[in-house]
Design a protein. Structure first.
Length: 127
């Protein structure tokens, strides 16, 4: 495993049991609250990443830059991960330097079939 990922993961050692339980309760509440705002059959659409893929070498050479870019990279998908959504990223073109960009389609948990059907239809539109 990448040592920088291990370093970020080890930050969890500093979380108390009480804080962990509180986070789980907040996650449950937030998930239910957000799902209640969605109408039947609604999906959440956004760019998969807020930027195109960065050049690798500068990230390998600079740990601070890696963590900054990693936080930005995970920003849009982190929401779905925290809320236990199901998500599909569809390729939708290229950005700077010809790097691919993605279109994220997300649905609340247990909506996998609806998400996959919608994603398939959107994929056909995106070409």
């Amino acid at each position: 495993m990448d040592p920088r990922v291990v370093k970020r993961t080890l930050l969890g050692e500093n979380i108390s049991l009480a804080d962990y339980v509180e986070t789980l309760a907040a996650r449950e509440w937030l998930t239910a609250a957000f799902e209640a705002t969605l109408g039947p059959g609604e999906l959440v659409l956004c760019p998969t990443l807020p930027h195109v893929a960065p050049r690798l070498q500068p990230l390998l050479e600079n740990e601070d830059l890696f963590f900054q870019m990693n936080g930005q990279t995970l920003r849009n998908t982190l929401i779905g991960n925290f809320l236990n959504w199901c998500c599909v990223s569809l390729p939708c073109g290229t950005g700077t330097d010809g790097m691919p960009v993605g279109f994220l389609v997300s649905a609340p948990k247990h909506n996998d079939d609806r998400l996959l059907a919608a994603s398939s239809a959107l994929e056909a539109l995106l070409g």
